[in-house]
Design a protein around this ligand. Structure first.
Ligand SMILES: [Zn+2]
Length: 62
């Protein structure tokens, strides 16, 4: 489906019925994707990802 292969940047985190969704935005064309995150088995990864996203927010703010 993706036409460009630019980097997808995680910009937000949302809670859904299935767990959490990571909102990714393409750095080139700006398309938005929602990726489900499996919480129960990937707790450490989830927390690492949260930290990553907080860094992304900080860098956006300058
Ligand atoms: Zn793109």
């Amino acid at each position: 489906m993706s036409r460009c292969r630019a980097l997808m940047k995680p910009v937000d985190l949302r809670k859904s019925k299935k767990g959490f969704q990571v909102v990714h935005v393409c750095t080139s064309c700006g398309i938005v994707r929602y990726n489900i995150v499996a919480l129960a088995t990937e707790q450490d990864d989830f927390e690492a990802m949260l930290a990553l996203m907080q860094q992304a927010h900080r860098s956006q703010l300058g």
